[in-house]
Design a binder for this molecule. Structure first.
Ligand code: PLP
Length: 435
């Protein structure tokens, strides 16, 4: 026991001394040690257990350490751990086939990347080369990754210190709870958000715009389910002006929304689809772009000026094949849809009735947000210090939450059970009672 406790302490010391962390001032090093995991739970070295309702960075869709996927990675590691992207590799072809089989008709090719940012980076590159235009339009309430164009496409604060890429324009997407358009119904929000986008396109010059880049359901920015007609309306605007539509499915794809792709729930067909996270639950870093036949044909004779040493890395590919197979055979996407509808949605609605601090709950599948407010009338966000305190209280009770701005994102693995939802909801309930 004391040895295990020592391991936690030593892990923290090594981390503090030598690990440089993402998006943080390095003086505030993380305290939570995670040594192992299984399903929806993780443990530190000393055996302290946490129920993971974050899926880490909303990516561990099949839960931690799925034995079939771990075994597939082990088998691939014994066969061939790595190979150049310019070779033919069976696992790579299989992974690409598994992905396009879940995409709409007319998507036959996949370009593999290391993660979500470089997926968007390369989708943007393809859109620019295909159209011969420069500008990329994306929303202020978005996150698209931390590389050159992806971070400048991003709308949130992380863009601002990184604005070195050119050709990016931002607009407001629909968000009824905090409407930019003085809307009071989803229909109004949809119509007015489309009118706003139409004006931005006209003002920017339609012939200068290569693509509109959107998360099908904005994730980090607050899990805003698109209102009726919005995505179809964006498609229509794009078509009118020869603009491509890139849908970022990095967070919302592969089961999170209760569907293979989140956009499957809406009347919209993108030109490029970017993915990462849930495609293999992050067991090995991977992402990519699913390319429509029309755009793929642009590069039949013309060289695609982009590539990565690890594009289609065998360990990542084997983990994608096994992940998509177990998601299918174990009905994991169907579970996400059902549990959202019968357990998470109703439980969060009940919490919202009970706790004044909840301004709104919204979501679907295993992709939900509770928006916390200091005042229900003014909808003033709950202050950061109070959010921090609530996060600490949840961790104290053994729940690993996903806290973003003034929201708690309820984002467990797609394999979550009704019992685990009840366990988490009891902790939310307890902690929100103190807010
Ligand atoms: N796109 C979306 C919608 C995301 O949520 C993220 C990561 O959170 C990314 C892109 C970037 O992915 P990665 O961190 O794998 O580069």
């Amino acid at each position: 026991d004391s040895l295990a406790g020592d391991l936690d302490r030593i892990a923290r010391e090594l981390d503090r001394a030598h690990v440089f962390h993402s998006w943080s001032a390095q003086g505030q090093s993380p305290q939570l040690v995670v040594a192992s995991g299984r399903g929806c739970r993780v443990w530190d070295h000393a055996g302290r257990e946490y129920l993971d309702f974050s899926s880490q960075l909303v990516n561990v869709n099949i839960g931690h350490q799925h034995p079939v996927v771990v075994e597939a990675i082990r088998e691939q590691a014994e066969l061939l751990t790595t190979i150049a992207p310019s070779t033919v590799n069976f696992a790579r072809g299989q992974a690409a086939k598994r992905i396009v089989d879940r995409a709409p008709g007319g998507f036959e090719k996949v370009f593999f990347t290391n993660g979500g940012a470089d997926a968007n980076e390369n989708a943007i590159r393809m859109a620019r080369l295909h159209t011969g235009r420069d500008k990329i339009l994306s929303t202020y309430r978005s996150y698209h990754g931390n590389t050159g164009s992806a971070i400048v496409s991003t709308g949130d604060w992380r863009r601002i210190p990184n604005e070195f890429a050119r050709g990016h324009v931002h607009f407001f997407g629909p968000y009824l709870y905090r409407s930019e358009f003085w809307a009071t119904t989803p229909e109004q929000e949809s119509e007015r958000a489309l009118q706003h986008l139409r004006r931005v396109i006209e003002a920017e010059g339609p012939a200068s715009i290569a693509a509109v880049l959107l998360e099908s359901i904005p994730g980090t920015a607050g899990i805003m389910i698109p209102p009726p007609g919005y995505l179809a309306g964006v498609r229509e605007l794009c078509d009118r002006h020869g603009i491509l539509l890139i849908l970022d499915e990095v967070m919302c794809g592969f089961g999170r929304s209760g569907r293979w792709f989140a956009f499957d729930g809406y009347d919209v067909r993108p030109d490029l689809i970017t993915f990462a996270k849930g495609v293999n639950s992050g067991y090995v870093p991977a992402g990519g772009v699913v390319i429509s036949d029309e755009i793929a044909a642009t590069f039949d004779e013309r060289v695609f000026p982009g590539g990565l040493t690890y594009s289609g890395h065998p360990l990542a590919m084997a983990s994608i094949v096994a992940t998509l197979d177990v998601m299918e055979s174990e009905g994991i996407v169907a579970n996400a849809a059902a549990i959202g509808e019968t357990e998470i949605g109703p439980a969060l609605a009940e919490l919202a009735e009970k706790h004044e601090v909840i301004g709104e709950v919204r979501g679907e599948g295993v992709f939900w947000a509770m928006e916390l407010v200091a005042d229900r009338e003014t909808r003033e966000p709950l202050p950061a210090a109070e959010m921090g305190r609530l996060k600490g209280a949840m961790l104290e009770r053994g729940l690993l939450p996903f806290v973003q701005d003034n929201r708690i994102h309820v984002v467990p693995p797609c394999v979550v059970t009704a019992e685990e939802v009840a366990e988490a909801v009891a902790i939310y309930d307890d902690v929100l009672a103190t807010a």
